[in-house]
Design a protein. Structure first.
Length: 593
C-alpha cells in the first residue's frame, strides 16, 4: 500500500511540473524521466501512471521516444513499456500512426533471433531468451490489439504456419484469451490439437478447448476421438480434459478404465488413474484397478501413483496394507518403495507388520533414500519398539550413506538420549567418522545432551585442537568454551588456537576467550599479541581481521591498561589493514576526549 502511494505521488509530481507549473517540458519528460528510468522495472508503474495522466499526443511522443531506444540488451523492455503506455491512452485514434508503428515492431519481435551463432535447443540460455521474447511479443499483440480484426487473422496464421512451436503455442493461448468467442477459434484449436507437429502445441490446443468450450457436446466428441490418437501426449491431454470437463458422464469412466489397462504410454495410464480416483472413487472397479496397477504396471510412476492413491482413498482396506508392504520390499524401483514406506508409516502405523517392514528396509534396502525414510518413520512411529534404538545405533556407525548416519545420530540424540549406548556411539562418531558433517553433528549432539559425561570434554578438546576440518574446529572451540569453561585445559587450548594457521579459527578463539573469560588480566597479553602481531592479510573486504577483534576486546575489557592507548596509537598509524587503522583512529579519538 505504501509503495502504491509513493508511486502515485511521484508520478503526480512530474505531471504537476509538466501540466500545471510547466517547469518540465515534453523533451525533459522524455529524456530526464522516461530516458533515465525505462530500463528499471521498479520505475515502470510510475511511468505508466504519468502516461495515464497526460494528453494522448504527448504519450505518442513518449512511445516514439521509447521505440527509438536500443533495448535489445534489456530484452526489449523499451517496447514492452511502450505497449503498456499505449494501454493508458483512452483515445488511441489521436496517435493511430504511432500505435501502428509499435504494432509492426512487435510483429517483427515474433521473428526475433540473436545476432550471433548458437545452436537452438542445445545452447539453453540463448534458446530460452529467444523463446521468451517471441512468445511475450505474441501475447502483447493479442492483448493490446485484440479489438483489431487483423490481429485475429495474424494470430491464426502464427498458430498454424509459424516455424517456431513456441510461437504457435503462444498464438493459441492468445486466441484463447482474447478471441474465444470467434466462431473460427474452436476450429483452429481442433486443427492444431491433431495436426501440429509439436506435442506442446497439441497439448495447448486441447487445454484451450477444455477451458473455453467446456460443456459443448462437440468438444466432448472431439476429446473422445483424441483418446485414440497416435500421439501419446494428445491422448494424455484428452484424457485429462475429459476427466476435468465431463466427470459425470458414464462414458468418461469407461474410457478411463480402458486406458488404465490398454494404453501403451505410462503417462496416459497415469492420467487415467488420476482421473478415476478424483472423479470415480466409489466406482466398484476403481479399488481393484488401483490394487492391480500398484503391483502389475510396468511403469514406476504409475505404480507409485496407484500406491499413493490406494493409501489415501482406501486406508481401511486390509489388502491395501498388504500391497504396500509388498511394494515396500519387493518393488524394483526405489521411488516406489519409498512411496510405499511413507504410505505405510502414514496410514498403517498401528499395524504390527508395518514396524517389521520398516525395520527390514532401514537395514536391508539398497537405496539410501529408502533406508533414510524407513529410519525416520521408525523414529516417529515406533520409538518404543525395542529394536528401533538398536537399528538407529547400527545405522549411525555402520551405514554407508553419510546422510543416514547423520539422520541416525540426530534421531538418537533427540529421541534416545537416555539409552546407555547412545553417548558412547556419539563419542565414537565424533572422533572416528570419515565425514565431517557426521562428526560435526555428533559433536553438537554430545554438547547438547552429554556435557556432564567425563569423556565429552576430552573429545571436544581433541576436536578443538586436532581436527583438520575448519567447521569442526570452530564448532568444537565454541562448544568447549560454552560447556567446559571451568576446565583448566579449556582456556589453554583457546589461547593456543589464537595462533592457528587459519584466520577464522584465530578469530573464533579470540571471541570465545573474551566471551567466556572476561576481565581476566592474564589474558591481556594474549589479546595484545593478537592485535599487534597477527599475520592476517586481507584478501576480500568481507574477511574478518583477528587484529580488529583483539583490539576491540582490549578497548572494552582493558580501557585503563597502561598499554591500551599506546597500542591504539600504533595501530591507528601502522596497521597494514586500512579498516583496522580506521577503527583504531575512531576509538583513539573517543578515548582521548
Amino acid at each position: 500500500m505504501h509503495r502504491t502511494f509513493l508511486e502515485y505521488f511521484c508520478a503526480w509530481e512530474f505531471v504537476w511540473q509538466f501540466k500545471e507549473t510547466q517547469t518540465l517540458s515534453i523533451e525533459e519528460l522524455k529524456n530526464e524521466v522516461f530516458g533515465k528510468h525505462w530500463q528499471d522495472e521498479a520505475w515502470h508503474e510510475v511511468l505508466l501512471l504519468i502516461a495515464g495522466m497526460i494528453e494522448p499526443r504527448f504519450v505518442g511522443e513518449i512511445i516514439e521516444y521509447l521505440m527509438a531506444q536500443d533495448g535489445e540488451e534489456e530484452k526489449f523492455v523499451n517496447l514492452f513499456l511502450a505497449a503498456k503506455c499505449l494501454v493508458e491512452v483512452r483515445n488511441r485514434s489521436v496517435i493511430a500512426s504511432t500505435a501502428n508503428k509499435l504494432l509492426d515492431k512487435f510483429k517483427d519481435l515474433t521473428k526475433y533471433d540473436l545476432w550471433y551463432y548458437y545452436v537452438p535447443y542445445q545452447d539453453e540460455e540463448e534458446t530460452k531468451l529467444v523463446q521468451e521474447i517471441r512468445t511475450q511479443a505474441v501475447a502483447t499483440v493479442g492483448a493490446i490489439w485484440k479489438d483489431n480484426r487483423d490481429t485475429f487473422h495474424w494470430l491464426k496464421d502464427l498458430a498454424t504456419a509459424d516455424k517456431s512451436g513456441n510461437v504457435r503455442r503462444s498464438a493459441i493461448q492468445a486466441l484463447a484469451k482474447n478471441f474465444k468467442d470467434d466462431p473460427d477459434t474452436r476450429t483452429i484449436f481442433q486443427d492444431r490439437a491433431t495436426a501440429d507437429k509439436s506435442e506442446n502445441v497439441q497439448r495447448a490446443a486441447i487445454v484451450a478447448l477444455a477451458r473455453n468450450f467446456p460443456n459443448d457436446p462437440d468438444t466432448q466428441t472431439f476429446f473422445l476421438d483424441c483418446t485414440t490418437a497416435d500421439n501419446s501426449d494428445v491422448r494424455c491431454a484428452a484424457i485429462r480434459a475429459l476427466a476435468r470437463n465431463f466427470p459425470d458422464d458414464p462414458n468418461t469412466c469407461t474410457i478411463l478404465k480402458a486406458h488404465v489397462y490398454a494404453d501403451k504410454s505410462g503417462n496416459v495410464r497415469l492420467a487415467a488413474i488420476q482421473g478415476l480416483t478424483r472423479n470415480f472413487p466409489n466406482d466398484p472397479d476403481t479399488h481393484t484397478i488401483l490394487q492391480d496397477r500398484a503391483i502389475g504396471d510396468y511403469n514406476s510412476d504409475v505404480r507409485r501413483a496407484a500406491i499413493e492413491t490406494l493409501a489415501s482413498n482406501f486406508p481401511d482396506d486390509a489388502n491395501t496394507g498388504t500391497i504396500l508392504q509388498y511394494c515396500a520390499t519387493d518393488d524394483k524401483n526405489e521411488d516406489v518403495r519409498l512411496a510405499a514406506i511413507q504410505a505405510l508409516a502414514r496410514n498403517f502405523k498401528y499395524d504390527p507388520n508395518t514396524c517389521t517392514t520398516l525395520q527390514d528396509r532401514a537395514t536391508a534396502d539398497k537405496s539410501g533414500n529408502v533406508r533414510l525414510a524407513a529410519i525416520q518413520a521408525l523414529a516417529k512411529n515406533f520409538k518404543y519398539d525395542p529394536n528401533t534404538c538398536t537399528i538407529l545405533q547400527n545405522c549411525a556407525t555402520a551405514d554407508k550413506s553419510k546422510n543416514i548416519r547423520l539422520a541416525a545420530i540426530q534421531t538418537l540424540a533427540r529421541s534416545f538420549k537416555y539409552d546407555a549406548n547412545t553417548c558412547t556411539i556419539l563419542q565414537d562418531c565424533a572422533t572416528d567418522d570419515k565425514n565431517e558433517d557426521v562428526r560435526l553433528a555428533a559433536i553438537q549432539a554430545l554438547a547438547s545432551n552429554f556435557s556432564d559425561d567425563a569423556n565429552t570434554g576430552t573429545i571436544l578438546q581433541d576436536c578443538a585442537t586436532d581436527d583438520k576440518n575448519e567447521d569442526i574446529l570452530l564448532a568444537a572451540i565454541e562448544t568447549l568454551a560454552s560447556n567446559f569453561p571451568d576446565d583448566p585445559n579449556t582456556c589453554t587450548i583457546l589461547k593456543d588456537q589464537t595462533t592457528h594457521d587459519d584466520s577464522d579459527v584465530r578469530c573464533a578463539a579470540i571471541q570465545v576467550l573474551a566471551k567466556h573469560f572476561r576481565y581476566q588480566p592474564e589474558l591481556f597479553d594474549t589479546y595484545y599479541n593478537c592485535a599487534f602481531r597477527d599475520p592476517f592479510e586481507r584478501k576480500q573486504s568481507s574477511n574478518t581481521n583477528p587484529r580488529r577483534i583483539a583490539l576491540e576486546i582490549i578497548i572494552k575489557q582493558f580501557p585503563q591498561h597502561d598499554q591500551t592507548l599506546p597500542l591504539l596509537r600504533d595501530r591507528a598509524e601502522n596497521d597494514p589493514d586500512k579498516k583496522v587503522r580506521e577503527f583504531a583512529q575512531k576509538k583513539l579519538a573517543q578515548l582521548e576526549k
